[in-house]
Design a binder for this molecule. Sequence first.
Ligand SMILES: CC(C)(COP(=O)(O)OP(=O)(O)OC[C@H]1O[C@@H](n2cnc3c(N)ncnc32)[C@H](O)[C@@H]1OP(=O)(O)O)[C@@H](O)C(=O)NCCC(=O)NCCS
Length: 168
Amino acid sequence: MTETPLLPTSEVLSHLYGGAHRLCPTPNSQLQLVLSQDREIDLIELEALCDAVGWSRRPLRRVRKAMQHSLMLVGLWRHDPRLPRLVGFARCTGDGVVEATVWDVAVHPLYQGAGLGKQLMAYVLEELDRMGVDRVSLFADPGVVGFYEAQGWELEPLSRRCAFWYSP
Ligand SMILES: CC(C)(COP(=O)(O)OP(=O)(O)OC[C@H]1O[C@@H](n2cnc3c(N)ncnc32)[C@H](O)[C@@H]1OP(=O)(O)O)[C@@H](O)C(=O)NCCC(=O)NCCS
């Protein structure tokens, strides 16, 4: 006899992930993946996710401070009633009124290609919209420009209106 997976109740999900959580549909019905702005993100777990997508490490105290000063932190969690696992992340900076910039969008390689990155971005934009923020920017790595373009993001025309300054 095959067992039917028990789905968590919305009370359980709200308790673990906060009221603004969202369940992500995936092709695998055994997996419950949840987007949340409220569940606290452990820096070591975030570092492991960033390692997994191949990003170079940043000092944890700087990451902590950057997170404290962010407008929005979004975790994508693989639901487990005892120990949810962080499998995706995005954060935004900005004034919370007019503009925001999205940073550090990542989905763990084991979970990529299932539409989760797209759902993560849609969630981020909807939450920014709820705040009233309607001007959103991001800086895409060359290999992921197509990912954003397919979701309606436009490339800055000829990059002529952007200026960058990097500490030497
Ligand atoms: C970019 C990333 C977040 C995408 O996450 P994902 O869960 O694999 O993406 P999805 O499955 O939601 O893909 C949505 C669509 O974008 C496409 N896509 C995914 N990655 C793409 C890429 N690098 N370039 C172009 N298209 C891409 C998918 O084929 C899919 O197309 P479809 O809707 O026609 O089927 C993920 O690959 C990742 O974390 N990469 C490493 C970190 C990184 O580069 N982050 C971005 C920094 S700017």
